[in-house]
Write a protein that binds this ligand. Sequence first.
Ligand code: ARG
Ligand code: GLU
Length: 714
Amino acid sequence: MKFLRLLLLLLVFQVQAQQGGMWIPSLLKGMNETEMKNLGMKISAEDIYSVNKSSLKDAVPHFDGGCTAEVISDKGLILTNHHCGYDNIQSHSTVEKDYLTNGFWAYKMEEELPNKDLFVTFIIRIDDVTEKILAGVASLTSEADKQKRIKDNIAELSKTSPKESWQENSIKTFYDGNQYILFVTETFRDVRLVGAPPSSIGKFGSDTDNWVWPRHTGDFSLFRIYADKNNRPAAYSSDNVPYKPKYFFPISIQGLKENDFTMVLGFPGTTREYLPAVAVEQIVNTLNPAKIEVRDATLKVQNEFMRKDKAIKIQYAAKNSSISNAWKKWIGESKGLKKANAVEAKKQFEADFQKKVIAAGKQAEYGNLLADFEKNYTEINDYALARDVFTEVALRNTEILNLGYKLYQLEQIYNTRGEQSFNDRRNNLINGLGDFYKDYNTNIDQKVFEKTIEIYAKTYPKQFLPSTFENVNIVNLSNEIFTQSQLVTYEKVKVLLSGDSKTVLENLNKDKGFQLVKVMADNYLKTVLPKYDEINLRITATQRTYMKAILELSKKSDRIFPDANSTFRVTYGKIKGYKPNDGVIYEPFTYLDGVIEKYIPGDYEFDVPQKLIDLYNAKDYGNYGVKSKMPVAFIATNHTTGGNSGSPALDANGNLIGLNFDRVWEGTMSDIFYSPEICRNIMVDIRYVLFVIDKFAGADNLIKEMKIVAPKKK
Ligand code: ARG
Ligand code: GLU
């Protein structure tokens, strides 16, 4: 018995040790394929990525540059998250036809809605071009020269590498400059909105539930790709026809259990898994706390106003969501890094690394790397803090300062590029500002200004702080700006921006708001940024050598995967619950029952549509329920990050079982330090998606297009 338990423990340990990582689909053969098969995968690496036949990769486009989608019919129908389609759903919404609130469904193709600027990109081919990109680099001595040569090589090869006329080449670096990969891609720009549930399903739980498990959000929307008559990319035209994909996903409604194999294909944005301990310490102790403090202040002000006023709630919905999304992630990340002792673990890794360097006799090449990191991160600390505080306060949270910064850039453009560029930019600004003021509330911004300027004066490193902010009386400053600056209304700004360039610049420089931004921006751009860039260039060079050394001194079983960089990746794992805290265990599945438990009538986060309540009461789940329950979401050990939103979650046979849309709060540190114990990705169950399309929306026209793998009859 004891022996059996030991064996089991060993097995569990092994399985856990084999998870994490975002792998390059063209390089799965060997270690990854073996691991995936051990975890239960039934298909092969060649089925996932092949240049010779259609493969899973042909059904996974990058959606709008920031999310992922998957093709689910032979007529170019694609699925992604509700929060990925949000802007487009919003752009078609008016008070009379409020698709955000009520949802939208095209019951015929003619009803599908075109979207200006929306695009999806497919990967055609992936080639390693490291040698070509690094040609002639080793002989150069200065880091700046090396960077320039690499840039030139990339530009040259992107131009000359063979592709079809309607395709693009793009080259990205992996392993911090140790590997370069060329992607041949195809981008489609006629992508139409097909369906979206009401926000009370697609955004259910909103910011309160964001980054949190257990979760009950039906975070999906549907679009369709259109192509020209030759099935090639084309600008929007009513003559375009539904795109015929090389591959589309069959959908499995056979059901899932804990420990089932899953994989996620998609376009993860950024991770930094190979930072040294000193950098992680800086994030946890200095940078995250400063950013969190600024956003904390902004959110408190916004939330207070939004709770009191329905119109403000709508005006500030998107801004508030996006400020809160990163804020909540950073809090979870810091907590997780502390709880997992990430810094200690990194220090241990570094001690081992140093031993390996000595054992390999590589002290001359790699012996000083950790000391270099230590020195450079210590030196960059205040510059990095100033950079984050300036960015958060002036560019991200205080709207009037952000606007002032755009005008500051206008002045820079005049100084560097002259009259014509000035006029172009001015006209662009005036046009764009309508949207800005539509959602601008001076009372909120003034309060945010007061809070964030206070933090700026306190947190911006003393040696850089402009004298204006020493012993500043914030109330006086705020009154002066918000009563005297022309930046507070659209009408006044338009006046401020009219006339010839000389007049505009003179008037700008008399404006109190502009003057303040200029002090802050000049300080940042002249005192902070140049030195920051200089030190950062050294850090980049050290990181590249460190990564090279890690690769060189590691064994295959060390599983050194490249950081995310918005390129196509595969991650895999198992459906699994987790223990967030002492005495708490989370199960891996949620059900519609939980939606009803969370239901608060009329609430803007937790309201539930009547039709959904009726279906729940009648247990009318069609083919999609199990034992009179309707599955909603599930979690697994797949290693994902921002950009993986909308990614297909696949079973052992490569069938679609869900859509990735989030991670659990306790595990958001996985961008820096992945732990299979606690890092989980959150997916909406495909059965809930189909149930909403079919039973809730009655759009069986869409269901008919799909290929559904039905449960085995018992
Ligand atoms: N946390 C998810 C992501 O990073 C979902 C964000 C959208 N939802 C929200 N409530 N802001 O994108
Ligand atoms: N919601 C995120 C996105 O937009 C995915 C969640 C994550 O960061 O893992 O991509």
